[in-house]
Design a protein around this ligand. Structure first.
Ligand code: ATP
Ligand code: MG
Length: 234
């Protein structure tokens, strides 16, 4: 995928992203890292078109992310799965396919089952989210994102609410995204996750991109901020 940020700023009551500049071409998995509050989730929301930036330009695959057509081409996995609690895992997927993509019911079931099975949820798909584990629910959200056949999937700390075993489950699901050739951008605090899955790393602090590059920048942080961060996460 290509990502282009030009003079990108975003504010709520305060400036949250401050004049970001980034040009990436032909990357397949980008990790956003940085301390809590540095702006990772905000940047993911702008990249996925969930929110519109206050100023500047943001394009993914040469398309403005504020365009309606763009939003149909991307998927989002939130920190805490946001499955509908009253619907089974399968219905969580088929409903969206039917309502937002006009996929006929039978085809929707076929797509949902295929993706749930790909994420080892074949035996869980008729359960409600509250009756599966956190890792399974999170994998179901990844299956839901995949079912929309997006060009790019955005994941905001997909393992944040999980214990180490469930984290492993979700990481395997992310690996699956890779195998399926999907491009993705993810925010995380888990550095091993970055090492395993990212082909590009963006380190943020206080709403700015402080360092970015191939994952080997993790081994040799240049700025005091990044050095400090790497020391703290270890
Ligand atoms: N909807 C909002 N309204 C007001 N301020 C917000 C909103 N969302 C985020 N912020 C502020 O923007 C800043 C960046 O938040 P953001 O959630 O992007 O950080 P983050 O890097 O994802 O942090 P974390 O690692 O804790 O998830 C924070 O100071 C936060 O308080
Ligand atoms: Mg966040």
């Amino acid at each position: 995928m290509n990502i282009s940020l030009k003079n990108l700023s975003h504010e709520y009551d305060i400036e949250v992203l401050d004049q970001l500049e980034l040009e990436l071409e032909d990357v397949s998995s980008v990790a956003l890292i940085g301390v809590s509050g540095s702006g990772k989730s905000t940047l993911l929301r702008l990249m996925s078109g969930i929110e519109k930036p206050t100023r500047g330009l943001i394009k993914v695959n040469d398309t403005l992310t504020s365009l309606k057509a763009y939003k149909k081409r991307v998927g989002f996995v939130f920190q805490y799965h946001n499955l509908f609690p009253h619907l089974t895992l399968e219905r969580n997927i088929t409903l969206i396919l039917e309502k937002t993509r006009n996929v006929p019911k039978e085809k929707a079931v076929e797509i949902a089952q295929k993706n749930l099975q790909a994420l080892q949820l074949g035996d869980q798909m008729h359960k409600l989210p509250k009756n599966v584990s956190g890792g399974q629910a999170q994998r179901a959200s990844i299956a839901r994102a995949l079912s929309l056949d997006p060009d790019v999937i955005f994941l905001d700390e997909p393992t944040a609410s999980l214990d180490p075993i469930l984290t492993h489950e979700v990481l395997m699901a992310v690996k699956k995204l890779r195998e399926l050739g999907k491009d993705f951008v993810f925010a995380t605090h888990v550095i091993s996750f970055v090492r395993d899955f990212a082909d590009y790393v963006v380190f943020m602090e206080k709403g700015k991109i402080v360092e970015h590059g191939k994952p080997n920048i993790l081994e040799n942080p240049k700025t005091a901020a990044f050095k400090d961060y790497m020391q703290k996460v270890h």
